[in-house]
Design a protein around this ligand. Structure first.
Ligand code: ADQ
Length: 496
């Protein structure tokens, strides 16, 4: 069987020697994916050096071969802090107001993608398939193709693909989209992102068309489909029974006696709607004086990307906002919001989720949101908590049995809290069962298998001019992502 080479900006499989403390949805999902396939995980080490050498550091961590490379400080500033986190991240999360359009960022982005391609090249064997992740690395396939790589290469975007009107605000947007057509397969989290991408291609690229299940543009063909990412639901169920989870659960229950705990767990990021969330919670405290003392919000938000000004500003605003709300509503023996800026081990988080009567997962925009799925996976089936979920999280497409809210509306957040905390057991169980079925069925294994099968099944990219497909090409392209999903689901059922 061909090897899988996974490429992402950061490479950080959870290291059992250091405890399972790694933060970030992408790391969790990729570590689970790589354990199954033999192969390599390649990316930036997270370190900077005075001069780029291209030297590979190879390690084996928990069954995964990891190859990393160090970057120069300028590369780090322009590529990572710059184009990735000050340009693409805000723009793709609909924050044009925070998007920086600096030419040096774009140059750094292209340069690092070129360096990554040159460093990765010697590791690629003829039969390998290459799976590249996220917005940091969109042009990587282009750079690999320039170096003569003809292997199958797939790309998965973990964040939303924004509406056409937003993409065109980016200088060189056409170049960015053209680079995606050097992939054989482009994966998005949701149908909505897929449609937005297709919308761009059909409005901006003359002569673009769909052809035999693929998209043809810029003289190239690529397939694009939605592959909603999931969590390792089985592993979460195991974690929730662990000693660490039980200890945290007991501690949380002891601290919240006579009170119902509502939880939020997010990287401290402006896309996660944290300010809007605490304002919604304040609204709840204001609207329900009778319930005030019965509820507390635990908001866990580890600091993230704190070299970027927008993140420092957000942190300052949240510190002030939460201080003000606590000042207004706290009593001598009661604080309404507990604000915690650190990471926890996954087993500890499992215990926190289980001790919570409701979760507020209210991003303003989110590719998917794994916290929503982890919360559901960690619940007690006999007495499950209620998920309050933003309609703007990709997860809302699958998790329709959650209480769906508009995160911009403090009233909707307040009403949903009131409803969640007074919901009877029968309704809680019914909603949870529905959500859990989905979390279990569309888990990280399904995501990985669907993507890898689709990428493997893909024929070599033919020339766009080559209008007469061979019979085998037609057959392969007819296998749509949906059909693949159905086939994989069947296979899983048989295995179970
Ligand atoms: P993120 O923006 O990082 O991921 P999310 O999907 O919620 O967002 O994943 C966060 C992960 O970090 C979860 O696994 C969570 O448990 C973990 N985490 C959060 N706070 C933590 C803490 N205090 N301690 C320990 N762990 C913590 C990006 C996209 C998402 C997409 C994922 C996966 O922005 O939309 O769902 O990738 O594709």
């Amino acid at each position: 069987m061909s090897r899988l080479i996974v490429v992402s900006n950061r490479v950080n499989p959870p290291n059992p020697a250091e405890g399972e403390s790694s933060t970030g949805g992408l790391a969790m999902a990729l570590a689970a994916a790589l354990r199954e396939y033999s192969g390599i995980w390649f990316g930036w080490s997270g370190k900077t050096v005075p001069e780029f050498t291209g030297q590979l550091n190879m390690q084996r961590i928990d069954g995964v071969t990891v190859a990393t490379v160090d970057l120069e400080e300028t590369d780090y500033q322009e590529y990572y802090n710059g184009y990735a986190n000050k340009t693409l991240w805000p723009l793709f999360h609909y924050r044009v107001d925070l998007t920086a359009y600096d030419r040096s960022f774009g140059q750094g982005y292209d340069r690092v993608n070129r360096l990554f391609a040159q460093t990765l090249l010697p590791l690629i064997e003829p039969d390998d398939i290459v799976w590249i992740h996220d917005y940091h690395l969109i042009p990587l396939a282009r750079e690999l193709r320039r170096l003569g790589v003809t292997n199958r290469i797939g790309f998965f975007l973990h964040i939303p693909w924004p509406a056409h009107q937003l993409v065109v605000t980016l200088p060189r947007h056409r170049q960015l989209v053209e680079a995606l057509f050097d992939y054989d397969l482009i994966g998005f989290q949701t149908e909505e992102s897929l449609q937005a991408f297709e919308g761009y291609v059909f409005s901006e690229v003359e002569g673009a068309k769909t052809d035999r299940g693929g998209l043809v543009a810029f003289g190239k063909r690529a397939r694009a489909a939605a592959f909603p990412i999931g969590v390792d639901a089985q592993d979460f169920a195991r974690l929730v029974r662990s000693d660490a989870a039980r200890k945290v659960y007991d501690r949380m229950m002891a601290h919240s006696v006579f009170r119902k705990m509502v939880v939020g767990v997010d990287r401290l990021d402006y896309s996660k709607g944290l300010e809007e969330r605490v304002i919604g919670f304040e609204r709840f405290l204001h609207d329900h004086p009778d319930l005030r003392r019965e509820v507390m919000l635990l908001q866990i938000a580890p600091i993230s990307r704190d070299e970027v000004e927008a993140y420092q500003d957000l942190r300052g605003r949240l510190d002030g906002l939460i201080g003000r709300i606590n000042g207004a509503y706290a009593e001598m023996d009661f604080t309404p919001i507990r604000w915690v800026n650190r990471s926890y081990r996954r087993d500890e988080l499992a215990g926190v989720y289980r001790a919570s009567k409701a979760a507020l997962v209210t991003p303003l925009r989110d590719g998917m949101n794994l916290v929503a799925k982890e919360f559901v996976a960690a619940q007690d089936p006999e007495d499950p908590g209620v998920l309050i979920l933003s309609r703007f999280a990709g997860a809302a497409r699958q998790m329709k049995a959650a209480l769906i809210v508009n995160p911009n509306s403090p009233e909707e957040i307040s009403d949903a809290l009131e409803r969640a905390l007074s919901m009877d057991l029968v309704e809680r169980q019914r909603r949870w069962r529905d959500l859990f079925d989905n979390v279990q069925r569309e888990d990280v294994t399904a995501w990985r298998d669907d993507f890898v099968t689709a990428l493997r099944g893909e024929p070599e990219t033919p020339d766009a001019e080559d209008d007469e497909p061979t019979p085998s090409t037609v057959q392969s392209l007819d296998v749509t992502a949906k059909a693949l999903k159905a086939r994989n689901a069947e296979a899983r059922e048989v295995r179970a």
